[in-house]
Write a protein that binds this ligand. Sequence first.
Ligand SMILES: [Zn+2]
Length: 391
Amino acid sequence: MILHDPSLNMAFRDYGIMLPIAPDRASRVAEFLGKDGALSSFPGPVLDIPGALGLLGEAGSRPVLDRADLERVHQRDFVAALYGDPGRGAPAEGRPDTMSGLEGALLYAYELIDSRGRPHRYEPDRALKPLPALFDTILAQVGGTYLACRLALGQIGAPPGAAGFCYYLGGGMHHARYDSGSGFCLVNDIMIAARKIQAEGRARLIWIVDVDAHKGDGTAELVRFARNRGGPGEPGGIGARGVYGPVLTLSVHMASGWPLDAESLAAARPGRAPLVQSDIDIGIEAGEEAAYVPRLKEGLCGMEKLSAGASGPMPDLAIVVDGADPYEHDGLPSSGLLRLSLDQCLARDRLIYTFLRERHIPSAWIMAGGYGDRAWEPPARFLEGLPEPRR
Ligand SMILES: [Zn+2]
């Protein structure tokens, strides 16, 4: 099952944001799979958001997400700023006054103002739409991540006896933190989806397997903060708000090079580490590409051991943050310290896919990072090569 909705295209340049993200990346994956009958094999049809809601029996019933879904994960003041509550959303400590409210949160998350307060990769004069309008598209993208989880859990489109699988050509905002966006991510769709799925009683233990080039630092922070606050199923007991199930995180990423602003981040937030630990972090040094897949396998086996030890046998759902930016032809300079070949990217994805499938763990895959004209290639080739027969 593939979830792809062209209406969710961020089209950053329409907002004056000049990021090196190809606006047609998701469409190119879908087009490639549509050619020459590539989709005559698994993973089956390409669904858009209305199609997904229809399959789930929820067509036209309500918005996919609401504000409470964000408040389950992020700080309430931060969410209030995003929704434009008057008097809320003062800039975080160490940030200029221009970084307040929704617009300020977007400027900060997409790194559009440099340390001297000047526009950076941001040309508002060329914008076709006001910056705050981007929020609605981001929320719709987050809703897609949640729907991908629902489709995977519902076994929809899966062959008999196989675990559910859904690949969402969107999402992956793994840098968004508890009280701010970060690294081109305003809110954390992964954790918003995971906590909503848990709150609805659809899954207990959820794994997050993050193989983007950059560490899933926001996700790690949100899991760790919730665990420290405490919640049923997390070490720490009953939380002050909400019901949390256990989430375990694995991140395989560049050993260095992220975050770019570690020093200023640490200075702006005394006492808070720039990077919070995932349950398992695996840093790959430049030149260690050949060790990537074996070390990923160790990480997955480590997740299995942690699960058996803490929360029962196996997860009910895995969310795979399948960034294409470790690819050697990725166009983002800061991800150049990790340069997997296409074959290595495919070996990575097939290992995760096979590992989860052998254990009958439903999985929702999200596309995450990937920059430049060739970022569509790893997910397209992975999906093309999936062996299961179509239903
Ligand atoms: Zn990345």
